[in-house]
Ligand binder design. Structure first.
Ligand code: UDP
Ligand code: MG
Length: 333
């Protein structure tokens, strides 16, 4: 008796890759079904993250042609992490395990064979880890790897070189749903769920088509989001800086008293002005970091929904809330 698998794929303006991605997934899923590795009613769920192109139309077509494909349409763009979460939370009560993957075919679909194997061996979470980053630019590779190291230093327990290609069992998804935070950083939260886990290595390929939806600006804000939503280390770094500067200023005080008695008080003007700038800068930085956290608290206390689903296409239990004349509406005159 095999278990039911759901593939969850967030898509933002992916009209160029979707036909190919769906073709390959279809092939893969049918092969897995034939081999008896997964149940016949397993599915591929595309989450449309408020795309501005034909992505949702393509998903609708796919769903009409083959019940293997389901679709979740978000009411607007909410970002990769929220789109993924929306997909996972929508399927968590229907599947035995879910695999999340990007739409652009950068993750090797065939790595899911090994993931499933580990799942049947009793793992609840199987992380896909990139064995090499040959296809990324040197800049992206270095910044990304430096970032993983920094995160671990700051106390966030992240799996090295793991993006969002992973398998999660039903109870791991249930665990994930207990985390109510609005500032969501899945890569950092999933390891907190616990349960037996393992990793699978694969080679990351080039984006199949289209361009990265993560330009540098988004990457930086994603990185800051990760740090401030998982770690309070920057706050203690500020305190440490404050202590060091305070000690330093005592030394300076003693120094200036000594200079005063030596009758050389006017000298040192340059140093003074430099210090004012330096300390002013540090204070602003400190306030900025505090502001980041206060902003997070502000958002958390509002507990806004992380996503709103407009339409869910599924052969078993879909729903839709699209703009349409209501069935109970009076006749138009
Ligand atoms: N994505 C999304 N919402 C966004 C940005 C990206 O759902 O606002 C999806 C995108 O369609 C893709 C995945 O997230 O499936 C990863 O994005 P991308 O491949 O552009 O990132 P990269 O691999 O360059 O880091
Ligand atoms: Mg990509």
């Amino acid at each position: 008796m095999a278990d039911r698998l759901y593939f969850v794929i967030p898509c933002y303006n992916e009209e160029e890759v979707l036909p190919e991605t769906s073709r390959r997934l279809q092939e893969k899923m049918h092969a897995l079904m034939k081999a008896g590795t997964i149940k016949e009613n397993s599915r591929v769920v595309f989450v449309n993250d408020g795309s501005k192109d034909r992505t949702w139309e393509i998903i609708e077509e796919l769903h009409q042609k083959d019940p293997l494909f389901s679709g979740v349409n978000l009411s607007r763009n909410r970002g990769h992490q929220n789109a993924l979460l929306a997909g996972l939370m929508t399927v968590k009560d229907h599947c035995d395990m879910a695999i999340s993957m990007d739409a652009d075919l950068q993750d090797d679909i065939n790595a899911c064979d090994e993931m499933l194997e580990k799942y049947y061996d009793g793992c609840d979470i199987v992380y896909g880890v990139r064995s090499a980053r040959k296809t990324d630019t040197a800049f992206k590779r270095n910044t990304a790897q430096g970032y993983y190291k920094l995160m671990n230093r700051l106390g966030a327990n992240m799996v090295y070189n793991h993006a969002d290609y992973r398998l999660m069992s039903r109870r791991a998804l249930q665990g994930l749903s207990e985390f109510g935070e609005v500032n969501l950083f899945l890569r950092g939260i999933v390891p907190m769920i616990g349960y037996p886990s393992d990793v699978v290595y694969y080679e990351r390929a080039e984006r199949f088509a289209g361009e990265s939806k993560y330009p540098l600006k988004k990457m930086i804000s994603f990185a800051i989001e990760g740090i401030t939503s998982l770690s309070t280390a920057p706050l203690s770094i500020i305190t440490d800086c404050g202590i060091v500067i305070f000690l330093f200023s005592i030394v300076m005080l003693i120094y200036s008293i000594v200079r005063y008695y030596m009758g050389k008080t006017v000298a040192g003007w340059t140093f003074l002005s430099v210090s004012i700038w330096l300390i002013g800068g540090m204070i602003l930085l400190a306030i900025g970091v505090l502001g980041e956290y206060i902003g997070k608290i502000y958002l958390e206390t509002k507990s806004r929904p992380r996503y709103i689903i407009e339409q869910y296409l599924d052969a078993d239990d879909g729903f839709q809330t699209k703009k349409e004349r209501r069935p109970g509406a009076p006749e138009k005159s």
